[in-house]
Design a binder for this molecule. Structure first.
Ligand SMILES: C[S@@+](CC[C@H](N)C(=O)[O-])C[C@H]1O[C@@H](n2cnc3c(N)ncnc32)[C@H](O)[C@@H]1O
Length: 322
């Protein structure tokens, strides 16, 4: 329990959450009541954060959770569109744009509310010339420096503390794992590298759920172009979930960068909730190599040691993992 207390203290470090005027939740996550699919502000989510035996902190169920239930939702601390979607999604929440866009300088917002909320970084951002920085990232295919840039603008505007991400596990990747292209210094090199290292192991690649026939076609072509993601984001609570190649929980995005954590199967009280950090359909060797290179750990989950896929087997067969 003391870990939970520490966790809530960490949360209070946030001067302003990234989504200051959102309809719900002043914290970067919201909660569920007995009706799991109707989040309420009153009850905490049915989870606790505690130390695991071998994977640092982890998230545990505080009661039984049924297959398919919403565990909690989470708002991003930071989110940024991919370069390929920068003109088609909201520059703040990453929602797909319709005809009613609210324009900024070269980017668009899905609503007046998002345009207002974006002031925490956008005014600072538009005061500087980022052309060379953006071109560099675009040409090198770098995505995480864009999140660092967004945080830097929020820090400069006073909307976030420079220590905002300190609660997240720092990267224990070896020096060679961080590409030289990512080692750009702006502000101080030390701060940049420390934020980048945290973002690297804690950022999520956002793929919105397919909502229409048109979405289906564009996601089909995006698969071929290997760019199905609308952007990347960092969250607080979801970043504390450890990995399993046969996960009992998953993270989904419906309209925008707001995340939903859902159970993939029935979960018992006190069972650790784990998500899969990588494409669950990869074979053993590919999974091991991705996890070691990208996240710095050797996976010894049941699926890796025994080859058995139990918890998400049904969904895996039906390819219904999102
Ligand atoms: C996103 S963080 C997860 C939360 C982290 N355990 C913490 O204390 O903040 C990812 C890191 O957790 C650890 N981790 C996650 N899943 C693991 C697993 N199955 N086995 C060992 N370490 C794991 C690795 O160090 C990984 O880089």
């Amino acid at each position: 329990m003391s870990r939970l207390v520490r966790y809530s203290r960490y949360l209070s470090r946030f001067k302003t959450p990234h989504f200051p005027r959102c309809q719900h939740s002043t914290l970067p996550f919201s909660t569920t009541t007995v009706d799991y699919n109707k989040p309420s502000r009153l009850d905490p989510p049915p989870i606790r954060v505690a130390l695991t035996e071998s994977a640092g902190r982890g998230v545990f169920a505080t009661r039984k959770i049924g297959a398919g239930d919403l565990i909690h939702t989470a708002k991003p601390i930071l989110a940024h569109p991919s370069f390929s979607t920068i003109n088609t999604v909201c520059y703040f929440c990453l929602k797909k744009l319709t005809s009613t866009e609210f324009h900024g300088k070269g980017v668009a917002f899905c609503s007046q509310e998002c345009k207002e909320n974006a002031k925490v970084f956008y005014e600072v951002e538009t005061n500087a010339d980022w052309l060379a920085f953006d071109d560099y990232c675009r040409n090198k295919g770098l995505k995480y420096p864009l999140l660092v840039k967004r945080l830097a603008c929020m820090v400069i505007s006073g909307a976030a503390s420079s220590e905002s991400l300190d609660i997240l596990q720092p990267s224990n990747l070896s020096h060679e794992m961080v590409s030289r292209d990512e080692q750009m210094a702006f502000l101080t090199k030390k701060w940049y590298n420390s934020v980048l290292a945290r973002i690297r192991i804690n950022a999520f690649r956002i793929e919105l759920a397919v909502g229409s026939y048109e979405d289906l076609l564009s996601s089909a072509s995006a698969c071929i172009e290997a760019e199905a993601a609308v952007g990347n984001a960092v969250y607080m609570l979801p970043s504390l979930y450890n990995h399993d190649c046969d996960p009992n929980a998953h993270i989904v995005w419906i309209d925008n960068a707001d995340a939903q954590l859902k159970a993939l199967c029935d979960v018992e009280e006190d069972e650790e909730l784990r998500i899969c950090y990588i494409d669950v359909s990869m074979d053993h060797d590919a999974r091991q190599s991705f996890l070691l290179q990208g996240f710095g750990f050797k996976c010894n989950c049941l699926r890796c040691s025994s080859g058995r896929l139990v918890k998400c087997a049904k969904l895996f067969k039906r390819k219904m993992l999102t």
